[in-house]
Design a protein around this ligand. Structure first.
Ligand code: SF4
Length: 327
């Protein structure tokens, strides 16, 4: 794509995508396809950093992610879908980059600390060096742009540091990618915490009407509000956060009615459930059609990976030569 940046971004295949992925990420990626060359990575090696005891789950999760990507508008005709483990150069470049960063630098990574502390994950070498593999994912295609949320900014900073270090030691080779910050507020989980599959507080993109209903009815609202006629505080309410994401036009009215005590929480939840049922119906329909033809999904991934592989191989040839390694 002439004059447009190259983007590398992706997901770990950990199962179906949820509404947090749609609002925070997938809608943005679908738009970026209009004016960028996009590489969307299925990062299956990354799953092993946290789930190495169940590798058999990864394959079915890859299909789940692909179906959700396609349903959300990612287009394999315009973008390149890549399976990380099928391009060996990701792992090789990560190994070489691991020489260029210190352990203490990686230990300062907030995501690493959070995963070990909050999720109780084993502090393995693989988990610690996760950002280095991410750097390799980006730079093996010499991507110059990385779409991120606020919490991922430190990863792009590590990418820039390693690119700078490599370039200063071995000559100009890699771009220093810039962050394309998404300003969409993060959607909370149905329990009000950060939405995360590990917390079991998500709503899947393809949720059935009954699942949507159940999830919305269980959401946390303003805990200080007992009666529907009491003034509410939408800023602390999970339901309101969802209205902001999926019902933007009506948000000012909902906020006013809530603050004046003119809208009950049950009614507010029912309105949201109806809206989500309507808005998610197209995803469910497309996904059902895709689920009926799994070979199509794997064909897309194989074709994209075959397009990406020579780019990664060219980068590695250059890296090996500059580092004086065997070709
Ligand atoms: S009325 Fe709606 S926005 Fe206000 S607290 Fe209840 S659920 Fe939340």
């Amino acid at each position: 794509m002439e004059g447009k940046g190259r983007i590398l971004t992706g997901h770990r295949p950990t199962g179906p995508r949820h509404l947090g992925h749609l609002v925070g990420t997938l809608e943005n990626w679908a738009r970026l396809q209009d004016d960028h060359e996009c590489f969307f990575l299925i990062a299956d090696l990354h799953v092993l950093t946290t789930d190495y005891t169940h590798p058999q789950r990864i394959r079915s999760s890859i299909a789940e992610v692909l179906m959700d990507w396609l349903a959300a508008g990612l287009d394999p005709e315009r973008s390149t879908f890549v399976l990380q483990s099928a391009v060996r150069e990701h792992a090789e470049l990560a190994l070489l980059f691991s020489m260029l960063i210190t352990v203490s630098r990686l230990e300062r990574n907030p995501a690493y600390k959070e995963q070990v502390r909050e999720l109780g994950l084993t502090a393995s070498l693989g988990l610690l060096s996760y950002p280095v593999l991410q750097v390799a994912d980006i730079l093996v295609y010499k991507a110059d742009t990385v779409p991120v949320g606020e919490d991922q900014l430190p990863h792009v900073e590590i990418t820039r540091e390693i690119a700078r270090r490599f370039n200063s030691l071995y000559g100009q080779t890699f771009p220093e990618p810039k962050s394309l910050l998404s300003h969409v507020p993060r959607l909370p989980g149905i329990d009000g915490r950060t939405m995360h599959t590990s917390y079991s507080n998500t709503i899947p993109l393809f949720a059935s009407p009954a699942e949507i209903e159940r999830a919305v009815m269980s959401m946390i609202t303003d805990p200080a509000r007992i009666h529907p006629t009491e003034p509410g505080h939408p800023e602390v309410c999970t339901i309101f956060a969802y209205h902001q994401a999926f019902n933007r036009e009506m948000t000012p009215q909902i906020e006013e009615d809530c603050r004046r005590g003119e809208m009950g929480c049950v009614q507010c939840k029912c309105n949201l459930a109806k809206l989500l049922r309507e808005q998610l119906e197209p995803f469910r329909r497309i996904r059902q059609e895709l689920a009926a033809c799994p070979s199509y999904l794997w064909d897309i991934l194989e074709e994209g990976t075959a397009r990406a592989r020579p780019i990664a191989q060219t980068t590695m040839e250059e890296v090996r030569e500059k580092m004086g390694l065997s070709k």
